[in-house]
Design a protein around this ligand. Structure first.
Ligand SMILES: [Zn+2]
Length: 264
């Protein structure tokens, strides 16, 4: 198992400063989230940092909002595949699309494209994952046959199985969806290759582990019982990391890593 620090925790930090924090606090590597601050990132620049700090980019998170030069939903995933190959990342994560019109057609297109992505990756050992987002079934629950991965957490597990890809299982999004974390984990278990790890307090998402209401200790204990061998990525928000104070950032990064290591 590897424990990664997501650049999303401190997305406004320069990448070099982020690498130095991840290295100093003892993470196994980083998850590189592409956002507007990193849209023009060049792979040789990242590779140099990996060498300098002896830290790999374990996973690459495709941009989930539009980013300069990264094109539409499909372009963003394709661009991420290319970058992941260049950076020798082990895993790529993307969010389901949020089309309002032609939603079923979009979903079919995603399945078809996934076949192309797998071809593009060929024999490279890069795991493709789709992430569960906060979802509220509401009235859609009455019509579950028309619900899609973007609407329904459990449709993500089905979509991953149907398309033979894996899942990045986000704990705070399970909380936000009003689902029982351990029960949801039971449904997703065989699909999970990466865990976005953070707490939820009933209102705020992406809190530091142990500061919300999610049963994260039991969850980690369960992972240990199940001999989980994937990635755990700390994905707390810059606010919960107290990003304006670097001393607190380092303390929070260390504390979160120790929290995870205590139970797994
Ligand atoms: Zn996430």
């Amino acid at each position: 198992m590897q424990i990664a620090l997501s650049t999303g925790c401190l997305y406004e930090y320069p990448l070099e400063e982020f690498f130095s924090i991840a290295s100093e606090t003892g993470y196994d590597g980083i998850e590189l989230l592409i956002d507007q601050f990193k849209s023009d990132i060049e792979s040789h620049f990242v590779q140099d940092l990996c060498v300098k700090y002896n830290l790999p980019v374990i996973s690459l998170h495709s941009p989930f909002v539009s980013c300069d030069g990264w094109g539409n939903f499909w372009d963003r995933i394709e661009h991420s595949l290319k970058l992941a190959i260049e950076l020798s990342a082990q895993l790529i994560n993307f969010h389901p699309h949020y089309g309002i019109l032609f939603r079923h057609r979009l979903n079919k297109t995603l399945s078809k494209r996934i076949k192309d992505y797998k071809m593009a990756l060929q024999s490279r050992e890069i795991t493709l994952t789709i992430e569960n987002l906060p979802s509220s079934m509401g009235l859609m629950g009455l019509f579950s046959f028309i619900s899609l991965p973007a609407d329904n957490t459990f449709q993500i597990a089905k979509f991953a199985r149907d398309n033979e890809i894996s899942v990045t299982f986000d704990t705070t999004h399970i909380g936000k969806s009003d689902l029982d974390l351990l029960k949801a984990y039971g449904v997703f278990k065989d699909t999970i290759a990466n865990i976005h790890f953070s707490d939820y307090d009933g209102k705020n998402q992406h809190l530091l582990p142990g500061t919300g209401i999610l049963p994260l200790e039991e969850f980690l204990y369960q992972l240990k019982q199940d001999k989980y061998d994937g990635i755990i990525t700390l994905e707390s928000s810059p606010i919960s990391m107290q990003s304006s104070d670097k001393i607190e950032v380092i303390k929070n990064a260390e504390k979160s890593l120790n929290y995870i290591r205590t139970y797994v």
